[in-house]
Design a protein around this ligand. Structure first.
Ligand code: ZN
Length: 417
């Protein structure tokens, strides 16, 4: 009989969907020291581990926790700028930045809670200078905060000074963080960060083995700014005079060395040609797909099925509450499933293992597999019918998450409030 400890737990339910292996009826997950020690049938695992406490969830499915590959925590629900036009929305958002400071922390706490109650176990968050890191770190989720920087705000505005400042900031934020929370940097976008600062940031992160996040090819206005140097983004934040390079945003990002395997690029919604998809695939960059934000801001539809065919790593992202109706990653994914005509299984994979692969953490999270962290979402879902993955995704999208487990800890259990 295997050695057990008081910290062992068996989580079990009518259906276990590990994502990386076939479904198991009356399935169970043996958790030891925060990690998955074994998966299998409940009767078998219970028999082999007779001393271990069993938490059985009847009429439920256990799935991997959602991996949100692109989110912003610092926006509150209900009073965001109106959508329809990306540039107008962003202009209104920027006008409200001073006011936002008074409630960002509260919004971040609420958003993190909302994500957890929707089964999210890992979140990649981007916020100015990493301002939402404390709320992510205390939430119980695992994750990465990408500290955005805006070079014109820093010192005398030289690329070297701006990049060293933000790298030091991201590194200093690492002190005292929980084991599975990291801080890295984000080159916010082609229209807010000048090309030399962006290039230098990409090089420096590679030198020190850090990760990088960017927004890329999100809106028609961004395409116009990069290609022609005209349109409303030329003076959105500071005086941006580096546009007009005659390239697509993807080609531009390639030219300034932003595209690489440790980079995750959010959106890729507008102006992504077949040639751009090839550039993305060749570079090894990963993509975060945020279809509800894209629709709200008039940014078109990302060619995600084509990207996936080309072997590009794609995860799902909710973006933030000012461009998206919720932090429920399963709801975001169901939207993508309908938008692109994907199968339920493809959707469940995108929401979990796909996000983990996009973020380069698939060795430790994203599926229910021995050796990985025990990150689970437990979803109320009758284990009947034909397409289990689709049914579970629909249930999770509609508020059916009953419990959320991160590193083996039950951080949310609706039954216990
Ligand atoms: Zn974003």
């Amino acid at each position: 009989m295997p050695e057990t400890s008081s910290r062992d737990t068996i989580f079990a339910a009518g259906l276990l969907l590990p994502v990386s292996s076939p479904a198991i009826r009356e399935g169970a997950v043996l958790v030891r020291d925060g990690h998955i020690a074994a998966i299998g049938g409940l009767s078998e695992l219970a028999h082999e581990n007779a001393e271990v406490e069993i938490r059985y969830f009847p009429r439920c499915a256990i799935i991997p926790g959602a991996v949100n590959a692109h989110a912003h925590l610092g926006f509150r629900r209900g009073d965001g700028p109106e959508g329809g036009s990306f540039a107008r929305w962003l202009g209104n958002l920027i006008k409200r930045l001073p006011e936002k400071e008074t409630w960002t922390a509260e919004a971040a706490r609420n958003c993190a809670r909302e994500a957890i109650e929707a089964g999210t176990t890992f979140m990649a968050e981007s916020s100015p200078y990493g301002e939402c890191l404390p709320q992510l770190a205390e939430s119980g989720m695992a994750g990465i905060v990408y500290a955005e920087f805006f070079p014109h705000e820093i010192g005398d505005g030289t690329p070297e000074e701006a990049v060293e400042f933000i790298l030091e900031k991201a590194h200093s934020l690492r002190e005292g963080l929980p084991e599975r929370v990291e801080s890295h940097i984000s080159v916010h976008s082609p229209y807010t960060v000048d090309p030399e600062s962006a290039r230098l940031a990409a090089r420096r992160t590679r030198e020190v083995g850090d990760r990088l996040a960017i927004h890329l090819s999100e809106s028609p206005e961004e395409v116009e700014f990069v290609r022609d140097g005209t349109g409303p983004l030329t003076n959105i934040f500071a005086n941006n005079d580096w546009g007009g390079v005659g390239l697509s945003p993807v080609r531009y990002a390639e030219s300034i060395e932003l595209l690489a395997p440790q980079t995750i690029a959010a959106h890729l919604a507008t102006g992504v040609s077949e040639e751009d998809v090839e550039v993305l695939a060749h570079s090894g960059v990963a993509v975060a797909h945020c279809p509800r934000s894209n629709e709200f801001l008039g940014c078109g539809v990302s060619p995600v099925p084509r990207m996936m065919e080309c072997g590009i790593r794609v995860g799902m992202g909710t973006d933030g509450l000012w461009s998206s109706p919720s932090l429920n990653l399963f709801e975001e994914t169901l939207f993508a499933v309908k938008l692109h005509g994907l199968s339920g299984a493809a959707g469940l994979r995108l929401a979990t293992l796909g996000g983990a692969q996009a973020l380069g953490i698939e060795g430790a999270a994203g599926s229910i597999e021995a050796g990985k962290w025990a990150d689970l979402a437990i979803v109320e879902s009758p284990p009947e019918g034909g397409d289990s993955e689709r049914e579970v995704l629909e249930a999770a999208a509609a508020g059916g998450v009953l419990a959320t487990v991160v590193s083996g800890n039950l951080i949310y259990n609706r039954a216990e409030g």
